[in-house]
Design a binder for this molecule. Sequence first.
Ligand code: SF4
Length: 602
Amino acid sequence: MAKRPDILVIGGASVDRLRADGQPLVTPGGGALYTAMAAHKAGANVRFFGFRPDPLPDLFAQAAAVVDWVGPPCRLEDIPHFEIVYDARGDARLERASWGNEATLDPLQVPDNILDVDYIHIAAIHDASLQMRFVAALRKRSRARISAGTFGYMVHRSPDSVRALAEACDLFFLNSFEAITIYGDADPPVRPGQILVVTRGADGADVWQGDCRQRVACAPAKPVDLTGAGDSVCGGTLAGLVAGMHPVHAVRLGAAVAAETIEAPGMSQLLATDRAQIDARWRPMEDRRVQVDPEQLQAIADLLAQMPEVKPFDFTGPSFPEVGDPGTLDFLFASIKHQFGFWSPAHGAYGKPTVANIDGRLCKGSDYCFAAFHRALRTNPQRLTPLGQSSLRWSDTLDLFRSDEGDVPMPVLANHHSLSRGYGRDLWELGSTPQSLVHAAQKSARPVKEMLQSLDHISGYREDPLRKKSMLLVLALGQRPERFIDLGQGEDCQPIIDYHLMRSCLRTGLIRVVDERLEQLLAERRLLAPADEYCVRISAYEAIDRLQKMSGRSIGAIDWFFFGARRRCPEMTEPQCGECPLEPVCARRKHLFQPVIRTTFY
Ligand code: SF4
């Protein structure tokens, strides 16, 4: 049986005649076909709806063999034809254009039986009002998320229509020139739940998740022809999202596809490439100053595989609600987003961890945070609901985190306050609650993926492309005795990379720093630049991902085992190697320390 398509791309294909100094090249073209091909090459199962020449010429045979091209039949001369001329510098000029029958594409032509997909992408066809008719009609007929793109001429002709189109979609793509035409110098108004991608050529792309913006670098390439670059970002991004990637990583995948596309004229390289080549584009985007050590990985995986004490935590105990407490979901969702920043700096370096008394117990960072929310659950449970979080005043946040002595030990309290309010606002705007998100995950065939992608739209969880807090919440939901969601075989679970885990990876030798300057900064516990921190964190992510697969232990078990490093291999005192189960295989790089950086990710 044919696999269900993930993505339906609606729009047109064209015949593009390219002329540089030599022979003209005739190539398949059209924004929709580029998007469909890019999504296919990035791993998605794609259907393409648009006028289909009958008989189909050889020009389109390769594309039609891999994307399921359906749509009203037409003559070849009725689809758009473009003649593009390149000058000596490689800049393209549209010499001649015949737009064909594109403007007559109509939502009524789209049959119902092709609308059961994750995403419907409406490419830039004719004008924004036609795209808007598709959005309005297909919203009523499909549960798919709706995506669209635009192009310069359309934006110049009718910026307000394009702006309205962007607001009507769940996902929208445009470039930086188009963004300036529509929004001027102001930030684009991206509502909760919406993703906006602004491509910036050699400067990469901005990814907006609601009002949260992150920059993605472009993949290295030697451009020959920029035709189809934006559509390739779009297709690759859609493929990444249907695979379950965080939006930032999905756009990075799209950028890697675009790098392939632009290194040859027309669609030739996009047609020729495959996922391995696209991934090879992606990898150089990673900074390799820190690398996974395969021998250490094997030794530690073999050890963990035999250790009965490597097992998941059930998120119960004095800092957690009683099993069956009706406020447990509000507690977990509200508190886990605050699992970050439990340390103070001193003179440009790490100073000390956060430790304080609460409820008569001396608690360290993470435990203190859980204990504070547990106290709030007992005394004022309404404060932990989305509405309660959205309406917290500064004085409420002070009260929530106050220690037994009356002070507030959280080093970055303002971040906690604004994330609480943003979390409540986003859930409120989306009409969601922790209970409804859990219910949606329970109904899904892939509960972990469903939950992670829901959290990508909620302040406090959406920001981290490696999803540390989101995955911690998923584990809590799956490992609590109530079993709020089914973790399945863990196929959608991701490593949880916080500072304890990075310290363990560095000290045990799971990852190796091959840059002397960076090693010194880590050893001296200096505040790091984001790029320095990221190369440690992404290598730790890769190491734990491989460790999990090689050891056969679950992400939950591995995470809890390494979380124990806060005691046996701590920040402020000498590691207790004699008592450490990793001692037989550990590289004992005790001088190394986790990256020191201010972030709300961990
Ligand atoms: S306590 Fe010692 S043996 Fe254990 S991880 Fe730390 S450095 Fe390695």
